[in-house]
Design a protein around this ligand. Structure first.
Ligand SMILES: O=P(O)(O)OC[C@H]1O[C@H](OP(=O)(O)OP(=O)(O)O)[C@H](O)[C@@H]1O
Ligand code: HPA
Ligand SMILES: [Mg+2]
Length: 167
C-alpha cells in the first residue's frame, strides 16, 4: 500500500515498559469518563490491545471487558481492516462510557473502522504515530511514522555480539 513508508527505525518495547506505559494511560484516563457514570466498559482491539486493556481495566477497576477483532496487517504489510468479531452491542450501546483500547495507532485505518461501530466511545492507545493521531483521544508516547514498534509478545531474548566484536 502507498500509505506505508519503509521503517527506518525500530522502537523495542519490553514487558516492563509496556506495563509502565499502559499504567500511565490508565492514570491519564482516570476521572475523565462521562460525568454521569464514568468509564463503565473496556473494549480491547485484538490482539495487540488485549495486554494494555487488561492493565487499564485493572487500574480503573472496570470489570466489563469485551473485544473487537480487527485484522489489518500480515506482518508489516497493510491490508484493508476487517471486523472479524464484534463486541456485545447490548452492553456497548452507543459507546457512552466505553473505553476502546489498542496498543498503537499507525495509519488510523483500524480505529476508523472501529469508531464507526461505537461513535460515542473514547479511544485510547499506548503509542501513536502522526498519521493516525487524530483517531485517538488519549495516548502516552508518540513515535515517528517511519518507526516500527516491536512489542514484547513478538520478541525473545537472544545473544548479541559485543560492540567491539571478538577475535
Ligand atoms: O492504525 P493502523 O495502520 O490501522 O494500525 C494499527 C493496528 O495494527 C496492529 O494490529 P494488527 O492488525 O496487525 O493485528 P494484531 O493486533 O492482531 O497484531 C496494531 O495492533 C493496531 O491494531
Ligand atoms: O509499528 C507497528 N508495530 C507493530 N504492529 C504494527 N501495526 C501497525 N504498525 C505497527
Ligand atoms: Mg492490533
Amino acid at each position: 500500500m502507498t500509505d506505508r513508508l519503509p521503517h527506518e527505525k525500530g522502537f523495542h518495547v519490553s514487558w516492563d515498559q509496556l506495563h509502565r506505559d499502559a499504567r500511565a494511560l490508565a492514570w491519564r484516563l482516570d476521572g475523565h469518563g462521562p460525568d454521569d457514570g464514568g468509564w463503565r466498559m473496556v473494549v480491547a482491539i485484538t490482539r495487540g490491545g488485549m495486554a494494555p486493556a487488561m492493565i487499564v481495566s485493572r487500574e480503573l477497576d472496570i470489570r466489563t471487558v469485551d473485544t473487537i477483532s480487527v485484522k489489518s496487517y500480515n506482518f508489516q504489510t497493510r491490508a484493508e481492516p476487517q471486523i472479524i468479531k464484534a463486541p456485545n452491542m447490548d452492553l456497548v450501546g452507543d459507546g457512552t462510557g466505553v473505553l476502546i483500547i489498542d496498543d498503537l495507532v499507525d495509519t488510523g485505518r483500524t480505529l476508523e473502522v472501529v469508531r464507526a461501530t461505537m461513535p460515542k466511545a473514547h479511544v485510547a492507545t499506548v503509542y501513536a504515530k502522526p498519521m493516525g493521531r487524530e483517531q485517538v483521544e488519549t495516548f502516552i508516547t508518540e513515535v515517528s511514522q517511519d518507526t516500527w514498534i516491536f512489542f514484547p509478545w513478538d520478541m525473545a531474548l537472544q545473544y548479541v555480539e559485543p560492540y567491539r566484536g571478538t577475535e
